[in-house]
Ligand binder design. Sequence first.
Ligand code: ADP
Ligand code: MG
Length: 586
Amino acid sequence: MAVRVLPDFLVNQIAAGEVVENAASVVKELVENALDAGANQIVIDVVDGGRTSITVVDNGRGMNRDDLAKSIMRHATSKLPDDDLTNIAYMGFRGEALPSIASVANMTIDTYASGEPNGWQLNASTGEIKPSNWDSGTRIRVNDLFANVPARLKFLRGDRAEMMSVLDVVKRLAMARRDVGFVLNNKWFFPKNQDLLERMAAVMGDDIRGRMLAVDAKSESGDMTLSGFISEPTLRRASSVDQFLFVNNRPVKDKVVVGALRAAYMDVMHAREFPLCALFLDLNPKNVDVNVSPAKTEVHFLEPSHVRAFIIKNLRARLAETMNMAVARHDTPVGHQMNIPAAQNRESVYQNTDVRPTILSVHAPQRDDNDFFNLKPHKFESPRMDASIKNNVDDAFCDMPLGRAIGQIGDKYILASAGDNLIIVDQHAAHERITYERVRTHSVKVQPLLTPIVVDMRAEDVAAVLEIRDELKQSGLVLDAFGDTAIAIFEKPADWDLNWTALLHDIADEVRANGHSVQLNERLHLKLANWACHHSVRAGQRLDLNQMNALLRDIEKTTRGAQCNHGRPVYKIIPISDLDIIFERS
Ligand code: ADP
Ligand code: MG
């Protein structure tokens, strides 16, 4: 096959595959360009999750006619005047964004630069430029994203989900540039010249006020600084949506930094919970490459372990300070409060400052929950054995994987023999699993509420919760938007009282981060597991052989019967070869 130099439109579409993934990446590129053009006010409008149109208007320097024509040419940039690739004064310099976007959508640019007789309008599809009455800054309109690339169009998620990604991008840039004002869809406002804490409240929500800890650290050699805020351990989210990390003031989602943050909180937060932060790591540009990926969210540190250790050490120290304070607040003798390592403090801090997640309140039901599942606890039914079976006991059990019960030990374990195997069953774990699986297949009983529960939330959180409305309904939670900034719950699982506000916020966090949420189902799971646990035979209950055999048969029929609801084993199989080893027969 002959070697072929690809035509420009194809080259651009290929580049677009890296640069333009979705609406959010278009917004990111356009806003970065506006910032590079010196704008301090940027207005963004996104219609139908970006599918129909994306418009970014800025009050930056604009372009003259010549630059406008060049701006959509590949590898055309005004940002590398001296061939120095470590130049990081600008957000971009690959000169790929505009031609890439133009290759996968209809793009129009209106712009005005001082010195020009008038503004100019460029139609990127035709390359045509004509005079316009645009008289300040630049407006870029992107219509019908991916209309000419059906394969990419298919990968766009629902409008709401795309919109949430756009919001996330805008928030990250707004957090980096507090000097600049951002307006998104006339709904989200991040005014210019906010200080960091104000910006954080605008971006993360008002609940952070008074609960963030300032961080300000410098490495010993003076080559690195870390500044910003992290949340005290009692303030956390169900996902990483409110973790804002910057390397040399660029928003990143870098593994090294994220990992260090997680490690710093390890002793004070459950693995499934996420601290909030706005953290700015600054280091000599020589020690980091911020342009590894076209999207520029990953970075390469020259010495990643050095960076990691620096972050962990300083965040831990900051957290330890507050924990000593927390302990001091709660009746620990003053003489003990200093120099207590964080890990040792953990339990007392949990108890005293309510760090435990609400999920644990479900763990200890106060009353009988029969009503919730609408069914009776499982009872053993001893199989009746007629004489012919009794005569042929071993035959009757020979096909049963868990075999025939031969007795009970400590009123806790059932011993059984199956072929050449000895089986030991934890009777409580076994019954718990059986009950759980049985309960699980029953649908939850739903209770309509006379007065709906109204939960105030940010518009983005409302959108996120609605994303999975159908799923929630299946779990017994029926809700809908209540205006732009609240959710109304109309029906809930009967007999189940939870902190619904907290739950909905956790769900929103998770949906925004992962596109789905396991919060409600997990809690349901816990509740089921508890119910099963409370209605299962206990350790310490004496069983007759018939009951034991009935239990064995039930485990065999149960899905995932080998583990209890808490992950402990239900039974162990000890092959006769192991017994031979014990008795030194082999
Ligand atoms: P890069 O940002 O890497 O230079 P782009 O394709 O994003 O590449 O943009 C190409 C050029 O178009 C930029 O270098 C800049 O000169 C010009 N440009 C793009 N957007 C704007 C804007 N909003 N205001 C002024 N100039 C712009
Ligand atoms: Mg650019």
